[in-house]
Design a binder for this molecule. Structure first.
Ligand code: AMP
Ligand code: MG
Length: 355
């Protein structure tokens, strides 16, 4: 597997480790107790892999879990090949190559992610924008810019302005007809970057694969965007119906958690300023770009969003980071089914609940 850490959402890997630790501690207990108690616990299968620039973890329990977990992991890897803008063979690359010159037929999944991204873009006033690619690249956070080539200082204002003019979700066309989907970009120089939503979407799809295999308890973690199915498999002696536990990493201390989220049938996604950034004159410039200013988001250091859909949670976490504490919290308060844990610049932790 190729490792392309810069291509996808960043904050995730650290959360993954802690999320896994939290999940693992539950499972480890189960294994130990299973030795002592004759009643067999449901077989719990774990798979780990690498996709979308991050670690992927699948946990599944019960009959058929082995095949289900393999298929779920394969699904994430398949979606990476569809959605990676740095893979010249991906449909997203084909759309980007033809920017300003026409529409490209894409697989239904690509149409679905792009449509969802556009809906979040509209509902966040463009704070989330799947066409942010030119700005991401200018600031040195594209996959094509390895850490060594990353600018050590902000780009000049004129360059920011020029890149900003190439960004705008309203220039994305999704055309459906005759069972096919076509996607196009209105202007030359535009490009799709689905890095703020693809991991969550892949987690949702992998959960659907587990379900299709008859699995009723599972967890999928794609770079820290975590979706769960049902409840955590109970250890012998433990009451059934316990929720999964996912740790949210402290944004300035990887050894600590700011919160532990309890989930059944839902998802949590985290965006943070702490994984991909550079510092200049004492200020931190992170990989989450405010499309309205063309500059990295400020105000929040991390945002974790809970939502039934991991794709929506993923996109909202990015949007909330861009919007900052006040407008980000207002967005969550108005978004049905959403909840959030925000950490601001003074490392204050705030919980916010939607309607
Ligand atoms: P995440 O960690 O999920 O917040 O995703 C971060 C990735 O989303 C970045 O690496 C960019 O590829 C992309 N991105 C950055 N800023 C935005 C934005 N304002 N809207 C949508 N995607 C963004
Ligand atoms: Mg995101």
């Amino acid at each position: 597997m190729k490792r392309r850490p810069a291509a996808w959402g960043g904050a995730a890997a650290a959360l993954l480790a802690l999320g896994s630790a939290a999940v693992l501690s539950g499972l480890a207990g189960q294994v130990l107790e299973a030795r002592a108690v004759p009643t067999p616990a449901p077989a719990v299968v774990r798979r780990a892999g690498f996709a979308m620039g991050s670690f992927v973890q699948v946990v599944a329990a019960g009959p058929g879990a082995e095949a289900a977990a393999d298929a779920a992991l394969a699904e994430v890897q398949r979606l990476e090949r569809l959605l990676d803008r740095f893979d010249p063979g991906s449909p997203v690359s084909a759309v980007n190559r033809l920017a300003g010159r026409g529409d490209v037929p894409v697989p239904p999944e690509v149409g679905e992610v792009v449509s969802l991204a556009l809906e979040v873009a509209r509902r966040t006033g463009g704070a989330f924008d799947p066409t942010v690619a030119p700005l991401v690249d200018l600031w040195g956070f594209g996959a094509a810019s390895p850490r060594a080539a990353r600018p050590s200082r902000p780009p000049p204002d004129e360059a920011v302005e020029a890149a900003r003019r190439r960004v705008g979700w309203e220039g994305v066309r999704v055309v459906r007809g005759g069972g096919a989907v076509r996607v196009g970009l209105a202007r030359e120089g535009m490009a799709l970057d689905l890095g703020g939503i693809a991991q969550g979407y892949a987690a949702d799809r992998a959960i659907a694969v587990l379900r299709a295999h008859g699995v009723s308890q599972g967890l999928v973690d794609v770079g820290g965007e975590v979706a769960v199915l049902g409840t955590r498999p109970a250890a012998p002696g433990e009451p059934a119906g316990q929720r999964w536990r996912v740790g949210i990493q402290h944004p300035r201390d990887p050894q600590r958690l700011v919160a532990t989220v309890l989930l059944s049938d839902g998802a949590v996604a985290t965006s943070g300023d702490y994984e991909r950034y550079f510092e200049y004159q004492g200020r931190r410039f992170c990989h989450l770009i405010d499309p309205r200013t063309g500059r990295p988001a400020t105000g929040l250091v991390s945002a974790s969003v809970l939502h039934p859909s991991a794709a929506v949670a993923d996109a909202l976490a990015t949007a909330v980071m861009v919007l900052g504490p006040r407008d980000g919290a207002a967005l969550i308060r108005a978004w049905p089914g959403a909840r959030a844990i925000l950490v601001d610049g003074s490392l204050r932790v705030m919980g916010v609940t939607g309607p």
